[in-house]
Structures are given as C-alpha cells and as structure tokens.
Design a protein around this ligand. Structure first.
Ligand code: ADP
Ligand code: MG
Length: 779
C-alpha cells in the first residue's frame, strides 16, 4: 500500500500502534497531520557562522570532533566537560576565511555524570546552545553551558545512523518540538526521531509518485510563484542548501508562504462569499432629507471633528443603500464615537424606524441612557412633532420595569432602546427595528454579534436592520481582515480638540505615599481621580473581578478557543496576596485619603448600588472612585484627571489602555499612574514600558497581539477565532493582504486561465473547510 496524506499514522515506517497512540494525543493521526508538524527552528550545519563574528549570549550551532572529556567532581554537582575541536564541515570552510580563531570549544553539563559513556574520541558532534564568555583562559572567547547535542554518525557506521547521516550534517537541519511519548524500546521521540520519520515519509511519497492532493489551482500558484504542496512541505522540513536560515525561522520561504497563503486564501474567500451574500439581502433604504439633517443639527452639543464628520458620512452612505449595513467603527478611547452613533440613530428614527444601542455592561448602558436622555431632552422630532422617547433595558431591572420597557419597544413607542444583552434576548420584539448599534463590540462574543443580526423583525417581512459595531480596542489590521473580514471599516483617527496628552508614570508600591499625596493635590484643584485594583476583595478571596455586569446571559457564552499552539499566556490573576478594591477603600479612607469623599464601585455590587456610585462620581459628589475593571470601558467623566492603576503588572495592555482612556477627557492635564507590586515579570515590564512610551492605541494593540497571540487578544471571551496550522496573524500580514485580494479576484469573476474543474474544486474545498476550520461563520 502506498502512502497517502490520509494514511493513518500507524502505517508509517517506525511508527506502529504504540507510537501512534502517543502521536494521537498530540493531534497527529494521519500522514498529513505529521507533515504539518513543522520544525520550530533550524540549525545551519552547512555554513555555521564563524565564531569570530559572534557575541556572548547569541545562540550558536557548532560542529566539532571530540578531543577529550573530564568529569569535574571537586565541589558542587558533578560537571561533565567536553572539548570539541571545531572543524568547518560541508562547505569548504566557507566564511571561515581559512582561519579559525578559536580552534576548540568547551561544553559543560551540570550533573553530567551520565554523559561519561556517551562520547568517544574522534566522534562528530553537533552542539547548539547559548555562547558564554569563557573566563578560564582556554583556547578561545567562548564556552557553551548545557548545550543540546547530537552525536553524528561517523564514516563506516552502519544501520539507521548511517542511513540517515545525510540528515544530520552538511545541511540545514530541522529541529522539531518533541511529539511526546517514547518508542516501544523506550527511546524518546526526539527531534532526531521526527526527522527520520519525516524523511522516510517524503521518500515514500516521492518515490511512489503518490498524488498529493493539491489545494491551489496551478495557474494561481504559477502567477504567484508558489510551489506545489509537496514541494512546499519538503522545502520546509528539509530546506535546500542555500536557503537563508533567517527566512526559515521567520516563515518567509516560498514553501512557508505557500502554506500560509492557502490558509488565508480559503478564509478570505469564505468571508468574501459572506459579504456577497449580504449584499443580496434586503435592507432599509434610509433617506437624508433636510428635515433629517435639521434633527441632527439641533441635538449636536459641539462641532464634530473632521474625522467624526467623515465616518458619519460613511455610515450614512451605507444606510442609504438597499443592502443592510455591516460596519465596524474603530476609534481610540475618547475619540467621540458615541455622538456619531447617536447621529446615526437619529437618521433611523427620523425615517420612522427604531434604533437599538447595546453596551456590554450595565454601567455603560445606563450611562448611555442618561446621556441620550440629556441629549434629546426638550427636543422635538421633526418627523412626529413630539419628543424623542428613549428606554432602558438591562438584566437587573426589576420585572415590572423590564416588562414595561419591552412593551414600549414592541409597540414602537420607544424610538431608541438602550441596553445590555437583555436587548437581544428572545422576548424582545421590536416593532420596527432599523438600526442596531453595538458599543465596545470586542466585549461581546462573535456569536452574539450574529445572533443579534439575525433578529427577525416583528412582521417577519421587513428587511434586516443595519448594524454598526463600535470598538475602542484598536484592531490590528490582520485581525480586522479576518474576524471582521465581512465588515466595512471606518476609523476615527483624531481626538476632539482641547485635549492635552496624558502623562503616564510608573512607580512602585514603595512610593505609594507620594501617589496619594498627588491625588490629594489634584482633588484640591477641583479634579477627580480613579484608583483601580485587579481584584474586588483581598486575602482569602482572590477571585478576579468579573468585569462584565453579572447579566444572566453574559455567563453562558461559548468557551473561547485556545490561543494558537497554546502560546504561553501568563495568567493575569495567579493566586497571590494582592491589594483589593474593598480593602483599599477602607484603608485609604481611614488613612492617606482621609477627608476626601471616596466612592467604591465593583462588579459584585447590586445594580442599584453601582448606579448610585457611578452617578455620584459623575456629578462630582465623590472625589475619588475606587474601582475594579468595571469602569474599564466607556465610562465618561471629563472632570476626572487622575487614573491610578494599582498592581499594574497584573493588567493586560488593552485593559490599561482602556483604563487610561477614562482620563484626559476634559481640558485639564491628566495623569495615569501605574503602580506595581513587588514582582514584575518580564512581559509585564514590556507592557508597562509600552504604556509609558506611547498613547497610540494601534501601537499598543500590535504589541498586545504579539505578546498574547490572536486567540487571547480580545480577552478570554472572544470566541470564534479561526485556528491556523501554519499562518500566524501576528506575523503574516503581508501574505494575508495578498490572499485577500486574490480571494476577492477569484470570487469576482472566473479567472480565464482556470478550467471550470479547477474552479469547482476551489469552491468544493471551501465548503469542506469552512465548517471544520473556520466555524466562526455559517456557510
Ligand atoms: P469614545 O469614543 O471613547 O466612546 P466618547 O464618545 O465617550 O468617546 O467621547 C469622549 C468625550 O469627548 C465625551 O465627553 C464627549 O462628549 C466628548 N466629545 C466627543 N466629540 C467631541 C467633539 N467633537 N468636540 C468636543 N468634545 C467631544
Ligand atoms: Mg464609548
């Protein structure tokens, strides 16, 4: 039986049932799965870089022959010391200039007694490790501590070592993450093992001339100069001499690009199809008459910025079309998205439709409700000649109020409904819903978004509502092109006038006295301050703050997909003794902030208490608000000029950026103080640095994406991220852009260079993959 991609892994040479079981645990069940277990790094054993050109701390891949070894047992743990003679191998001393300044190198292993029997004089050994400066004199500048090593087969050897000699030296050698488990003989499934199995598979596939299912039509590949699938995989596992190692490491070789392109191409093609389908659906054609314009003008509290005007024009442009709008409005915190949303709502209302505004937390929904009422108070609708009516619907309202609100929505008496998840619960029927606005969309799951869009209108005959989603988490373009790939995007890239940049400073808990002194000074100047903690209560209760209002429907969201390849993410809330909101509320009030009016706000308070606390702060009745991340999104109190984040090392970048966005909303100079506990991890250092150095949300978002990986980017609640085998959204933006335009081109019109069969194959493949891999969107 000849090997195929679909062949179960146990039929591969050297694998067998037992190993197959181990592999299955790592998700490797077929030959195809195995081939997609790509090397995570490479060793250039063909042209190792000359040591002369290297510095301590760099990773070096060296080849040498064993010149001697000793076991040093004088004091402490036994140290095994191996001396290698460095010989340029393979390429006639390339790069060595005929001179080796360091002819030997010492390799040290602690507790290395077990290594005594491993090495024999004259053996060829490949080592890989970090170069350390050598102080012991010796023959050169460097030594290697605990390097990884591989004994290479010598001349005249026989058996598998000889058979595979060519894999181990004189070439660029792939290094694999261990697939876990052992062989029936108890040997580990090392990188070397993987290499050999991989090599045998390729040999068999190529020898038998097996048809490897091609997934991209040949003319497309040719135009883009992409290799076929088998060539691509082979070149990634066993790169040809001369392939730049840097390209291999960064997945920039044609082989890598080909696999990445394929994944992106089918994703983008699916999204393209969705966009097309949407365009066939019927929306409402809103009109912008003079009357509508007058209605908007009479409520505007200030002159919109140029950016606000531009995005409103884009939104209204969509609303005037026959197709339903699907637009994402991005704008950094404080850029003034709310008023744009209100203007859009007025367009719908003045056309005789209802508008709905949905927010992720009760606090934010309530705030929107109050400010909408204020904005529309005493204004008459030119359409009806009567006042505008706004209603609030959130989960924690008492039953009577909920029922009343639902009734008004159903009877069409409410022009604008503002609420939380409660708005999309089945029981709410809109009389005449024309526009849905979702604020801080990233806080809702993707699923929620679609559920909302599919909400049928009361008569069942009406068109789909227009949908505008807004987010202050700047979305790196790669994510905008994938998760939001089915939407049009508008960006507010300008802040309202009169803002001064926020001064961001880092300090540690040791200087907290100075921080509180500063807060007192700001309050004395008539300003207000926030102090934010990572947890609600301290000591024996270190539950993280649920930064969502405890809405019933907020808790049963689908579990999020894991970050790609389990990219290591540091838990933001490991068990530890942290200062908490409630504890600090008591302590600060009684101590450093004595005499100030201090409020408390966290997610476990009742909705009423929360509202009271928020309102008092808004009205300036409290000077300092001690809170958790409940205030992270949306809260707007322009008089607040100080944001203190305690245990800042515990917060994610997006969170800190959002929190900082709570200040700097008025004309007064504002401050963000990042106070850290005693342990600050390396990645936290990076985050804090970034916060101090930039206020640009997009820059922070890119760093956030790089640190946490796309799966975690939106916080743990974002479900529906596509999983890629090779592609990486943080890395492969360039290929994504190409894939996107190629997908659009493919969907647009049949490419004359493609045969009808080739075209059908692509669509068939899309259908197969869409559900399985990118289940985020229904086909
Ligand atoms: P976000 O985009 O973060 O939701 P908001 O809509 O809450 O921002 O606006 C932030 C603050 O800026 C609010 O106090 C709002 O009233 C004010 N604002 C918005 N647009 C303007 C403008 N064009 N001129 C002056 N102030 C504005
Ligand atoms: Mg907002």
């Amino acid at each position: 039986m000849s090997l195929k991609l679909s062949t179960p892994i146990q039929f591969v040479k050297r694998v067998g049932d037992r190993v197959a079981e181990n592999l299955a645990r790592r998700g490797v069940e077929t030959v195809e799965d195995l081939l997609y277990h790509l090397p995570f790094r490479y060793e250039d054993r063909l042209n190792p870089k000359p040591l002369d050109q290297m510095k301590p701390g760099e990773m070096a891949s060296l080849l040498g022959d064993v010149r001697g070894s000793t076991l040093l047992t004088t004091r402490g743990p036994a140290i095994f010391e191996l001396t290698l003679g460095l010989v340029p191998l393979g390429a006639e001393g390339l790069g060595f200039g005929g001179r080796i300044s360091q002819p030997t190198i010492k390799c040290l292993w602690f507790n290395g007694t077990y290594l005594r029997e491993r090495f024999r004089l004259g053996q060829q050994v490949a080592v890989y490790g970090k170069l350390e400066a050598s102080r012991s004199g010796g023959s050169g500048r460097f030594k290697l501590i605990q390097p990884q090593f591989e004994i290479l087969p010598g001349p005249g050897a026989s058996g598998p070592d000889a058979e595979f000699a060519a894999l181990e030296m004189g070439r660029i050698v792939p290094v694999y993450e261990s697939l876990g488990g052992t062989t029936p003989w108890g040997a580990k499934l090392t990188s070397k093992w993987t290499r050999r199995v991989m090599w045998s598979v390729f040999e068999e596939l190529i020898e038998s001339g097996a048809e490897i299912e091609e997934t991209l039509p040949a003319p497309l590949r040719e135009r883009l100069a992409l290799p076929n699938r088998l060539e691509a995989l082979k070149s990634i596992h066993f790169p040809e001499a001369g392939t730049p190692v840097a390209d291999l490491m960064t997945a920039r070789t044609p082989g890598h690009k080909r696999l990445i392109f394929e994944e992106f191409f089918y994703l983008e093609l699916g999204l393209e199809l969705k966009r097309r389908k949407l365009r066939e659906r019927i929306g409402t054609r809103f009109e912008t008459t003079d009357q509508v314009r007058a209605a908007i003008r009479q409520v505007l509290p200030f002159h919109p910025t140029t950016a606000q005007k531009r995005v409103l024009a884009e939104i209204v442009g969509d609303m005037k079309k026959d197709q339903p709008m699907r637009r994402l409005l991005q704008g950094d915190v404080g850029s003034g998205k709310t008023i744009v949303a209100m203007q859009a709502a007025l367009v719908a209302i003045e056309n005789g439709f209802q508008a709905a505004l949905m927010a992720p937390t009760e606090i934010l929904a309530t705030q929107h409700y109050l400010s909408a009422r204020k904005l529309l108070a005493d204004k008459l609708s030119p359409l009806t000649g009567k006042p505008y009516r706004v209603t609030l619907l959130t989960g924690s309202l008492d039953l009577d109020r909920k029922r009343e609100s639902r009734g008004r929505i159903m009877r069409g008496e409410a022009h604008l409904a503002i609420g939380t998840h409660a708005l999309i619960e089945e029981k709410v029927d809109f009389a005449n819903l024309g526009l849905v606005i979702v604020d801080e969309q990233h806080r809702f799951g993707v699923q929620q978004r679609f559920k909302l869009m599919k909400k049928p209108n009361a008569e069942g005959v009406m068109a789909d509502p227009d949908v505008l989603v807004m987010t202050a988490t700047p979305i790196p373009r790669t994510l905008a092109l994938t998760i939001y790939g089915d939407m049009d995007v508008s960006v507010i890239d300008e802040l309202p006038p009169g803002r001064t940049p926020i001064v961001t400073r880092r300090t540690s808990e040791a200087s907290s006295a100075k921080v509180w002194e500063f807060v007192r000074k700001q309050v004395a100047l008539g300003h207000q301050a926030y102090i934010v903690y990572p947890i609600i209560e301290g000591a024996n209760d270190d539950q993280p703050e649920l930064d969502f209002a405890p809405e019933p429907s907020a808790q049963d969201e689908p579990t999020p997909t894991k970050g790609k390849r389990g990219k290591k993410t540091e838990s933001l809330f490991p068990k530890a003794k942290l200062r908490s909101a409630t504890q600090s509320f008591d302590e600060l009030r009684a101590g450093p902030l004595q005499g100030l009016r201090v409020g408390l706000l966290h997610g476990r308070m009742s909705a009423d208490d929360k509202e009271v606390a928020m309102r008092r702060f808004q009205r300036g009745e409290t000077d300092v608000l001690i809170a958790t991340t409940v205030i992270e999104v949306g809260v707007d109190v322009p008089n607040a000029s100080v944001m203190v984040i305690d245990h800042a090392e515990r917060f994610g970048l997006a969170q800190m950026h959002q929190l900082r966005g709570r200040v700097g909303r008025g004309a007064a100079k504002s401050y963000c103080i990042l106070m850290t506990g005693d342990k600050v991890s390396e990645s936290a250092e990076l985050r804090l640095d970034a916060m101090v150095h930039t206020q640009n949300g997009f820059e922070l978002a890119e760093l956030d994406l790089a640190q946490r990986g796309p799966g975690e980017f939106f916080g743990t609640r974002q479900a529906g991220m596509p999983e890629f085998r090779v592609a990486d959204l943080g890395r492969d933006r360039e290929v994504l852009e190409i894939a996107k335009s190629e997908a659009a081109r493919f969907a647009q019109s049949p490419d004359p260079t493609l045969t009808p069969e080739q075209i059908t194959e692509v669509w068939d493949r899309l259908k197969q993959q869409w559900q399985r891999r990118y289940a985020l969107v229904e086909a």
